[in-house]
Design a protein around this ligand. Structure first.
Ligand SMILES: [Zn+2]
Length: 553
């Protein structure tokens, strides 16, 4: 008589803790790992012969932006097909709750086009209501969430560029407490984006003191990842020290314009840890990002209606001022704008430009040369002609830094992407987000199998037990009896990322539109099969994960 519901037999088991793989069987019962044993020792009503493929915990992606995409595509196609079984959302200060009616329009503007999709009702107001909205419709992956500082600020004072008043800060704390009581894992900031960039260090420390009372953590897209990266890492560490809570420094690769390689920012983390502070880092392995050209304009302009942006860019005097502001970068802007600041126009390749299609596939440098114009003029003209619809691939990270980060013991692997799908709204037009399709398979293919940057066991540890431990998911991220059966089976020989395109490009649109990776054979989430021989089963066994543990001390 078969003893278990499901048995996976003949596997090379990588436990997620960094131990060498071993050959064995695994049994699943009631959503959990029920038993482990030698090959042939376990029997189940349903049995999968893994034919000596690797079996590891499902990948836990602690830095994603799936907050709204999960409502549009509850199957989380691009996530599960790359082996991710848990996403942490609410990163970079950005979460879709709380929402106050008087600032709803700003919130929708902030999230862009997806805000108007029929699946996004915007009926929730509190953070708890938002989480319930996701859970009630079902979802394929597990989701845990941070509460975004920018969302708190927006709920209370919109996008205003000024310090908070004491009463506004109290209102933000009320929303924050509601989120923490609803299960938020901590607070995130995005200190290069409005309105996060309008907050000073003191405001964040005040909020983090609340988070500390709930045993949450502080995760930050720091205040500049280029020229100011070391000051910005120091600020994050200071916030953790003064508020008394763990710090997670998000996607901490130095971007083009940083004075040092990644060893300099990592040294600050090592020193903080040596002093007894709990600080860790995540990073993804992509060298590029494809934002709208408008996103590299000074932060203040992000709040303007399009007509005003176009009018200002149409005025030669204002154009000069805007160019000077970008170069000065007084309030450090997001990473890619460093390419404008430093004149790296050959690293900006136009991806979409519906009103100037001849520009697509060309770099700003080559357009400037062929039009015999200054590159800044070309850049601004493209915005005037195309508005928010012109975007480009910005190659702004040195791959050497990605390797340094991958090998550092305090760094875990994240995607900084979102759960997408190769159909429907999320693929119209196809976004350029290789991390959303190929992060984990890409690491296994390029940095484990093809080049010995990481051992397999260490790479898996950085995708599973390490992120689980960081977020207090103590019953996930490991293969041991009693843990939830979030599992991925992959064929390392066959694994292939079909989304990534490393710089310098021979052809800028290689692997675009992105395809799902090869070699991810089976994915189980809470014991339920979600990917079967590379295909989505349509099952939605995911759960909203909530920070457990005690409330205020
Ligand atoms: Zn970020």
């Amino acid at each position: 008589m078969p003893k278990f519901e499901i048995v996976l037999t003949n596997a090379r088991i990588v436990d997620g803790c960094g131990n060498p793989w071993y050959r064995g069987d695994l049994a699943i019962q009631a959503g959990q790992i029920a038993a482990l044993g030698p090959v042939g020792s376990l029997s189940g009503k349903e049995s999968f012969d893994l034919e000596d493929c690797y079996l590891s915990p499902g990948f836990i992606d602690v830095h994603t932006h799936s907050d709204l995409t999960i409502l549009v595509n509850r199957r989380a196609e691009s996530a599960v097909r790359q082996g991710a079984t848990t996403h942490i959302i609410g990163n970079c200060g950005l979460s879709p709750a709380p929402v106050q009616a008087e600032h709803l329009e700003e919130m929708k503007y902030y999230w862009g086009e997806i805000s108007n999709q029929p699946e996004i009702s915007w009926e929730w107001r509190s953070f708890g209501e938002y989480l319930d909205t996701i859970q009630s419709g079902g979802l394929a992956i597990n989701l845990g969430s941070l509460i975004g500082h920018s969302a708190l600020r927006m709920a209370v004072m919109g996008l205003e560029d000024r310090p908070t008043s004491p009463s506004e800060l109290e209102k933000m704390k009320t929303h924050l407490r509601e989120a923490l009581q609803s299960g938020a894992y901590g607070l995130s900031t995005g200190l290069v984006y409005p309105p996060g960039c309008f907050a000073d260090t003191g405001e964040i420390i005040e909020l983090c003191r609340e988070v500390a009372m709930y045993h949450g953590l502080y995760a930050s897209h720091i205040r500049g990842e280029r020229e100011t990266i070391l000051e910005a890492v120091a600020e994050a560490i200071q916030i953790g020290e003064q508020a008394g809570l763990p710090v997670q420094i998000s996607h901490n690769a130095p971007k083009y314009g940083a004075p040092n390689d990644a060893t300099a920012n990592l040294r600050l983390v090592e020193q903080a840890r040596a002093r007894g502070q709990d600080v860790t880092v995540d990073n993804d392995v992509h060298t590029d990002l494809a934002p709208a050209l408008m996103e590299a304009l000074p932060q203040d302009m992000h709040r303007w209606p399009l007509a005003k942006v176009v009018a200002d860019l149409g005025d030669p005097g204002r154009r000069q001022q805007i160019q000077a502001e970008i170069i000065l970068d007084a309030k450090p802007a997001f990473g890619p704008s460093g390419l404008l600041k430093h004149g790296q126009w050959q690293r900006i390749t136009i991806l979409h430009a519906p009103h100037t299609p001849a520009a697509v596939g060309k770099t700003i440098e080559s357009l400037a040369r062929s039009q015999n114009q200054d590159p800044f003029e070309v850049y601004f003209d493209l915005i005037v002609q195309n508005g928010p619809e012109v975007d480009a691939i910005f190659d702004y990270i040195d791959e050497a830094n990605i390797r340094i980060l991958l090998q550092h013991p305090d760094v875990m692997i994240c995607s900084d992407g979102a759960a997408l799908a190769a159909y429907g709204f999320l693929n119209d037009p196809p976004p350029y987000e290789p991390c959303s399709y190929g992060e984990f398979p890409g690491v296994l293919e390029r940095y484990v199998r093809d080049e010995p940057v990481l051992t397999l066991e260490n790479a898996i540890r950085k995708m599973t037990s390490f992120p689980a431990q960081r977020f207090g998911l103590m019953d996930r991220g490991q293969i041991r009896p009693g843990a939830w059966a979030d599992l991925v089976v992959f064929d390392l020989e066959r694994i292939h990322d079909r989304a990534t395109n490393l710089f310098p490009h021979s052809y800028p649109f290689e692997n675009y539109p992105h395809q799902y990776p090869q070699g991810i054979e089976y994915v189980f989430i809470n014991g339920v099969l979600v990917v079967n021989q590379g295909e989505h089963t349509g099952n939605l066994p995911g759960k909203i994960l909530r920070r457990t543990g005690v409330g205020p001390l």
